[in-house]
Design a protein around this ligand. Sequence first.
Ligand SMILES: Nc1nc2c(ncn2[C@@H]2O[C@H](COP(=O)(O)OP(=O)(O)OP(=O)(O)O)[C@@H](O)[C@H]2O)c(=O)[nH]1
Ligand SMILES: [Mg+2]
Length: 258
Amino acid sequence: MLLNYFIGTAGSGKSTLTGELKEYIVNRDPDISVITLNLDPGVKIMPYTPDIDIRDYILLEEVMDKYGLGPNGAMILASDLMVNYLDDLKDEIDEYNPDWILVDTAGQLELFAFRETGPLIASALGFESIQRSVSFLFDANFVLRPNGFISTLLLAASVQFRFQKIPQINILSKVDLIDEDQIEMIVNWSQDFQALEDSTSARERGLIRELSMLLSEVFIQLGSTAEIIPCSVREENGLDFLFGYLQRIFDEEKSINI
Ligand SMILES: Nc1nc2c(ncn2[C@@H]2O[C@H](COP(=O)(O)OP(=O)(O)OP(=O)(O)O)[C@@H](O)[C@H]2O)c(=O)[nH]1
Ligand SMILES: [Mg+2]
């Protein structure tokens, strides 16, 4: 079984991609049974209908009313309360017994990634022969400049640090909003941090330049990360690559369990 978490900044396209990727897989390979799991207790309108939904157990609005909290405080509490429903989620997953589970997380990524909940859910749902992966979305709107790319890279690196041992795929989302040259430039930054440092030196000024140069130097020291996959659900672009990456992770699990 493969369980993939979509994580990324607010509005980066996690829910849309979760729904579209399921559609893509159903059409592309009917032998793979795939379900979606929504872990966002606060979402009101979703671009797809999740097969399993945390909102059946916790609703942000009810937490606000019951505990007299505003949306932010209630979101923190709701995400902590999710842990109480892990057995229910597991039972629902067992009923479906799927090959792949696509997990859609809330926009407040720090709640899922930096508090105890996310890693706890990740390990609690990591039962039996389950292979897990994280797909981290870089919103094309925000990574056009080196400083935007570097700050998102720092977030992605923090998530990787928290979800140790879980393979991470980096996705450049909404690429229909930027042009081909820009896509190429960002993919190049992800493969070659020296190119990122050169762009930083050319395009940033003052303190931001100094800081960005230092940070890109840190990434050079840390070594190269995986190439970022450009994706657009509008143009159905990149879903094949993402599917391929996930399939490789899934096949690795199968070969380990033979
Ligand atoms: N142009 C374009 N817009 C997209 C794409 N994917 C998502 N969007 C739009 O981006 C907005 C946010 O998409 P969501 O899928 O709700 O993003 P999210 O990351 O789930 O948002 P939160 O859960 O609120 O953090 C919506 O208006 C989507 O229609 C894409 O590939 N291209
Ligand atoms: Mg969402």
